[in-house]
Design a protein around this ligand. Structure first.
Ligand code: G6P
Length: 606
């Protein structure tokens, strides 16, 4: 949420900042701005709208000319998207960009107004900029230490002081920030994709570490102003991973990357045909001893947790509670030191998920994180980390991250089930073997793209539609429905098929599309009854089922048949077609697929 960049070196700073911001637009895109040292002054350019608006503005009015500066792309929290509320904020002496929320900004603002300061924006960020100015005498580090001792909330800050045109400053708490280390040039960024074109090396800043970033070096201090020695991290993926690579949208590219992402995630966690988490440092014998498992996440990650719940309960016979992080954290949950919490997060920075992790740690529950971004807050704080290897996911609508998250859920379920004696070694091997074949099967399902595009053409004018399914198909429908509404802006709900008649069926009108997912043999008859109920009331039904299943052609208006695998694994087969249906609906509607309205990819605020 909000993207921050910074640059100091020999290149044209405005160009680097804009280029780096273009890789962070997924974090927020309702306004953009940069500040650059230009002939001894801090020159700011900012405006409402996408980054391209800023680029156009600078083309007309001229861009700041210099080699040191900061930039921002915003997802509004305090104050609507507008030129004035855009970052950077500050005055002639101090300029800042901020990601996060300053919870006590109102008190600080009132105090500063009493001290004679005036404010032009509605943002919490401007209060931090003015507080920095208020305390600043001549030492930026002292000033930053003082300010972070007074502000409450979450922040990643890129800061410039007019008197120090050869450096930028940075500090973070809760919100992510890295310092990219180049040759005779250095960077700030919220995330690696922003800098990968220039360098793979970076420092991860810990909470309240203050970075002083100069052209020829980076110094990091703690809040006692003592230097901190840090290890350099190296990103293990290349520039292409953060580019569209010939695809029209990142989302489509990421859908197509799913086979390799799954392969990269599971292959090194299978030894001699059996699941093996020893390289992750996980003691599975210990894991099976927990009283129950809680799986918590937000959005798509939570939906991956729902699949996890079904398969762990079904195979390993361990009770699993799955929940939305923003609900779980405030329900005074019954989690104890006898339980295991699994949090799932692509970014590893989602504020609610991080809060749940901390809450579990307070009661000494064991914690495991399934995370994509290496070194992210959630990864750093969990007792155990299982990294997914999806590579960078840029499109706001999550696809490959979901697929790899569920692949990890399966491996965990298989091993837990085997260790619990709930399935035989033979069965565990068989399931693991089948999971290993999933990359090829997913590839096969991607060949359904024309079918999905055809279905999308039938949905695109709908005002509202329903996804229905039972069991694992219900979990999958939840994700299918979320994908569609995120990017097509068509209202859609996912309902447990058997629950429809308890209220929701009253929404069915003539011609309303219903997408029925029915991949589970044991439940197919039941789901078909539900399909008949909605068809009898005028619904147009798209049925998604496995190849081997016998259903009359007249059951649905359109049938998508999927390769048949073990039915536990069918969510991995059905996910891509559901993603493609959402994708093509969005494309046909002419929407901005990768940057849907009102959303942001990494939600670092509550
Ligand atoms: C945002 C994104 C979703 C994502 C959710 C959780 O809402 O738009 O795609 O599923 O956050 O993100 P996480 O990074 O924790 O998986």
């Amino acid at each position: 949420m909000c993207g921050i960049v910074g640059y100091i070196g020999d290149r044209d700073c405005a160009d680097v900042l804009v280029d780096a911001l273009s890789k962070l637009e997924y974090r927020g895109y309702d306004s953009a701005g940069i500040a650059v040292f230009d002939k001894g002054t801090i020159k700011v350019e900012k405006c409402k709208g996408r980054l391209i608006n800023l680029v156009n503005k600078m083309e007309l009015e001229g861009k700041p000319n210099g080699h040191c500066g900061i930039g921002h792309t915003r997802w509004a929290t305090h104050g609507e998207p507008s030129d004035i509320n855009s970052h950077p904020h500050g005055n002639k002496r101090v300029s800042i960009v901020h990601n996060g929320i300053i919870e006590n900004y109102k008190q600080i603002k009132d105090f500063l107004i009493g001290e004679g300061y005036s404010f032009v924006s509605e943002t919490d960020t401007e209060t931090v900029a003015k507080l920095l100015d208020y305390y600043y005498v001549d030492d930026p580090i002292d000033t930053i230490i003082k300010v972070i001792s007074e502000i409450k909330g979450s922040y990643a800050l890129g800061i410039m002081f007019r008197d120090y045109p050869d450096r930028i400053f940075a500090v973070r708490k809760e919100s992510p920030l890295i310092v990219g280390v180049g040759e005779n040039e250095n960077f700030l960024a919220s995330d690696v994709p922003a800098i990968i074109k220039y360098t793979r090396d970076y420092y991860l800043l810990e909470a309240d570490e203050i970075a002083v970033v100069k052209k020829d070096g980076v110094s990091i201090y703690n809040t006692h102003k003592e230097p901190v020695k840090k290890e350099i991290n190296t990103a293990d993926w290349d520039v292409d991973a953060a580019e569209k690579g010939g695809y029209e949208h990142f989302m489509l590219k990421e859908i197509y990357e799913q086979p390799s992402a799954v392969r990269d995630t599971i292959s090194h966690r299978i030894t001699d045909g059996m699941p093996d988490f020893s390289n992750d440092g996980i003691d599975m014998e210990q894991l099976k001893k927990y009283r129950q498992i809680f799986i918590v996440g937000c959005g798509t990650a939570m939906h991956a947790g729902m699949v996890g719940q079904y398969v762990i309960e079904k195979l390993a016979r361990i009770p699993v509670i799955v929940d939305i992080a923003s609900e779980f954290r405030y329900r005074d949950p019954l989690i104890t030191d006898k339980d295991l919490l699994i949090v799932i997060s692509q970014s590893g920075e989602t504020a609610d998920t991080l809060a749940v992790l901390r809450l579990a740690k307070e009661v000494n529950a064991a914690t495991m994180a399934i995370v994509n971004v290496v070194g992210s807050s959630i990864a750093r704080e969990a007792d155990m980390v299982v990294y997914t290897h999806a590579g960078p996911e840029i499109s706001v609508a999550s696809t490959k991250a979901y697929m790899v998250q569920i692949s990890v859920m399966y491996l965990l379920a298989f091993e837990l089930a085997y260790l619990n004696g709930a399935i035989s070694e033979e069965m565990c091997r068989k399931l693991t073997e089948e999971l290993k074949s999933m990359p090829d099967i997913i590839k096969e399902t991607l060949e359904l793209k024309d079918t999905c595009s055809y279905v999308a053409s039938k949905l695109m004018n709908a005002e509202s539609l329903l996804y229905i399914g039972r069991g694992l198909d219900y979990a999958l429908s939840m994700e299918g429905s979320l994908k569609l509404k995120e990017i097509s802006y068509i209202h859609s709900e996912s309902y447990a098929a058997g629950e429809l008649k308890h209220g929701t069926i009253s929404l069915i009108t003539d011609g309303m599309p219903v997408i029925a997912v029915a991949t589970q043999k044991k439940l197919i008859e039941k789901t078909i009854s539900n399909i008949k109920e909605v068809k009898a009331r005028g619904a147009r039904v798209v049925l998604i089922c496995a190849d081997g299943v016998e259903v009359g052609e007249d059951v649905a208006d359109y049938i998508i048949r999927l390769p048949q695998v073990d039915e536990q694994l069918m969510p991995m087969v059905a996910a891509a077609p559901l993603q493609l249906i959402a994708y093509y609906t969005s494309v046909l509607k002419g929407n901005d697929v990768d940057k849907p309205r009102n959303l942001a990819k990494s939600v670092t605020v509550e």
